[in-house]
Design a protein around this ligand. Sequence first.
Ligand SMILES: NC(=O)C1=CN([C@@H]2O[C@H](COP(=O)(O)OP(=O)(O)OC[C@H]3O[C@@H](n4cnc5c(N)ncnc54)[C@H](OP(=O)(O)O)[C@@H]3O)[C@@H](O)[C@H]2O)C=CC1
Ligand SMILES: O=C1O[C@H](COP(=O)(O)O)[C@@H](O)[C@H](O)[C@H]1O
Length: 470
Amino acid sequence: MGSGGGQWIVEKRSSFRSEPLEVNVSETGCLSIVVLGASGDLAKKKTFPALFNLYRQGFLQSNEVHIFGYARTKISDDDLRNRIRRKGSAKSEEVSEFLQLIKYVSGSYDTEGGFRMLDKEISLHEEFRNSTEGSSRRLFYLALPPSVYPVVCRMIKLCCMNKSHLGGWTRIVVEKPFGKDLDSAEKLSNQIGELFEEPQLYRIDHYLGKELVQNLLVLRFANRFFLPLWNRDNIDNVQIVFREDFGTEGRGGYFDEYGIIRDIIQNHLLQVLCLVAMEKPVSLKPEHIRDEKVKVLQSVMPIKDEEVVLGQYNGYRDDPTVPDHSNTPTFATVVLRIHNERWEGVPFILKAGKALNSRKAEIRIQFKDVPGDIFRCKNQGRNEFVIRLQPSEAMYMKLTVKQPGLEMSTVQSELDLSYGQRYQQVTIPEAYERLILDTIRGDQQHFVRRDELRHGIYSHPFCTGSTLAS
Ligand SMILES: NC(=O)C1=CN([C@@H]2O[C@H](COP(=O)(O)OP(=O)(O)OC[C@H]3O[C@@H](n4cnc5c(N)ncnc54)[C@H](OP(=O)(O)O)[C@@H]3O)[C@@H](O)[C@H]2O)C=CC1
Ligand SMILES: O=C1O[C@H](COP(=O)(O)O)[C@@H](O)[C@H](O)[C@H]1O
């Protein structure tokens, strides 16, 4: 209930899934998904497999969806299908049916010809589906280097917008990196923002689609026992760690320009930090959640040089796409400090590295020592709550217990919730699968808002301190 003009009015409480932000949006009807940069690495490894998984689970219906690949490379529909086809467990009829939904259009990114052709193909599909009865939905996924985003967005706006006024929509998905520093990010945001409204833009950060990242708000705000502990009185430090056991793998050209801080820390790890540190949002509406994330980012202090460690793995410069004298870091540790009532004095240690000895992403919440240590068990280790994002999703709590037996001695043990054991029948969806579904449903909760991006870059040396001292 709320009061309006002296009168009480009754408002319906919002449902768990947030309402779409655009007006008159359609959730059904003809859907065209366009993957721009269809010949590339991301499209092959992530975008098309995610679309396939959505298809086989029934989220994309063959009687309403059509998928278009667009790029400059001159290949046929079948060439693209063969690139995408992967040997695996999926039933081959399902794969073949899915591949038949894909059409390839070749064209440049900066001239109208290719986009007019693309529009013609999409319109043909819409007419075939008789979409005027309902609406037509056009989703453009930019699996492209950010340098071409502005021109591609201009071409989409000029040539390929949804033409139905009956509740259809046009949405744009853009991949990170959203610029290189504050100026370039703002410039990019302005260029795209002049063409599309914020509710049409989906800045994807695939870490926001990972199961245990999505679980963070539930864990924190639906469990009584975390509420009183989650603060500077009890937590000593928070570590958010990303390790990969492989190097640049053919992406050296891209990576060398950006480095590990821009590739991983400024986006994936910073997003995780926001979810760990934010206050409880008013509701689960995307705007409420993103408002709280922005407040965290605004409270982050400028990073001190002495709290940054950079490194480069041996052999990085052997990659033929990496310049011989590159001083781009492939490893970084950065300490962030949040200047607010909850977190003053608690270091948030963000670590990321490529070509390390294992692949892991986890959040470690380390608690303070128990005051008055009557068991003299301090040396055995602190209480720690670990959320392992990958591989093998798990949460476990390290705690001190009595060593079973006649003696009164203590030992560290674990309360363990390993998803592989606990949820044996459940297949955890891929991050991209979930996020693409959100874009179709119009749910921006797990996407980066423009001001989040700005505050995530502003005043941090993510832009300047990103090369090793030569
Ligand atoms: N690959 C990955 O694992 C991840 C990628 N990303 C992001 O996704 C986006 C796409 O990445 P990825 O697929 O690896 O990139 P690619 O380098 O594979 O590029 C994708 C396609 O874009 C076209 N292209 C490449 N370079 C240029 C250029 N300079 N100008 C115009 N077109 C170009 C090429 O298609 P054609 O020549 O046929 O037109 C290419 O096939 C990037 O923003 C990247 O940062 C994000 C997370 C992970
Ligand atoms: O965005 C990126 O992420 C991948 C790591 O993703 P993950 O889901 O496998 O953890 C990283 O390899 C790549 O360099 C980076 O651009």
